[in-house]
Design a protein around this ligand. Structure first.
Ligand code: 8YV
Length: 319
């Protein structure tokens, strides 16, 4: 049976499936595996089941027998695709199964930021709910507003559906390519990035992190947004120039933000974003529900086993 190394905890039924098809070992440490430990552990691995962590030439040098790296995530910005292709190492991801879950969280952020939910929850619990006229508790409406989605992939579309059907929002989108079918079925509108930024009440970023999208939201882009607009990021922290976002918030050039992802994760405690009441911060939990993480682990294991059995894995990204 092929040798597999597993770097993260996976549900028992997924372990059972792996055991049927491979000889696997897993990282048992409390904390995530370090780079040095990983390089040591994968010397005889033919398959690697993992999340994040750079898969580059150095790592491939340490794993001469490696055939496949299966990421338990849809994003695969941790793959050095060129290096993997050069060595003929396959890479796979877990698309589809997390779309609705991430879209749910995007809406949680939209609503939380607009209605100031975490800030006001804290206020009540701190005993600071005073008996006075309540203008100081006002937020902003979500329904009927304009949502601009940057990146209309599968998750972007799931967010658009919620916006249109649940909240009667006007949805603008910007994407590498136009999606006439989504425009027709959902009644959403394609526009340039600049127009989207100028017109949207909520600007939501849902793009993969690539050479083209790295820091695509910078000072210039935040400057185009309305002072009442809210910025939401459920993609990758690297898509945003965080210093520019902080500046836009400090100078009140935008109204607030809802962030599931950061340039550095976990976020360093001195990050100014953590001290802004109008910024909702979450610890990268877009796909983190019990149901969805199970589905992702299953799919990742299927990709891994297919590759090791010499079949084409369903979610091959190294082509
Ligand atoms: C991952 C994600 O599970 O799928 C992705 O791309 O961001 C999450 O669903 C995350 O990378 C885990 O840390």
């Amino acid at each position: 049976k092929p040798h597999v190394y597993v770097t993260v905890p996976i549900p028992p039924q997924v372990e059972a499936y792996l055991a049927e098809h491979c000889e696997y070992r897993k990282w048992e440490g409390e904390a995530p595996i370090s780079r040095e430990e990983l390089l040591r552990e994968i010397a005889d691995a033919e398959g690697l089941l993992t999340v994040g962590g750079r898969i580059d030439s150095e790592l491939l040098d340490h794993a001469p027998r490696l055939k496949v790296v299966s990421n338990i995530s849809v994003g695969y910005n941790n793959f050095d695709l060129a290096a993997m292709k050069r060595r003929g190492v396959m890479g796979t991801n877990t698309p589809h199964v997390l779309d609705e879950t991430v879209a749910d969280l995007a809406f949680a952020l939209i609503l939380s930021a607009a209605r100031r939910i975490p800030e006001l929850d804290r206020l009540v619990k701190d005993g600071k709910w005073e008996r006075k006229h309540d203008e100081w508790l006002f937020g902003l409406d979500v329904h009927g507003k304009t949502l601009g989605i940057i990146g209309l992939g599968r998750i972007g579309e799931a967010i658009a559906r919620r916006a249109v059907h649940g909240f009667r929002m006007n949805v603008l989108y910007h994407n590498r390519r136009r999606k006439p079918e989504a425009e027709q079925t959902l009644g959403i509108t394609y526009c340039s990035l600049e127009d989207l930024l100028r017109q949207s009440d909520f600007v939501l970023l849902m793009v993969p992190l690539t050479g083209q999208t790295r820091r695509m939201m910078g000072r210039e882009q935040f400057a185009l947004m309305k002072p009442t607009a809210i910025f939401i990021n459920t993609s990758r922290g690297g898509t945003v120039d965080e210093a520019a976002l902080i500046e836009a918030l400090q100078e009140k050039r935008i109204w607030g933000a809802g962030l599931d992802v950061f340039e550095e994760e976990p976020t360093p405690p001195d990050n100014p974003l953590l001290r802004m009441p109008n910024v909702v911060t979450l610890p990268h939990i877009g796909s983190a529900t019990r149901e969805t993480r199970l589905a992702m682990a299953k799919l990742a294991a299927q990709n891994l086993v297919a590759a090791l059995l010499g079949k084409r894995p369903p979610n091959l990204v190294t082509e």
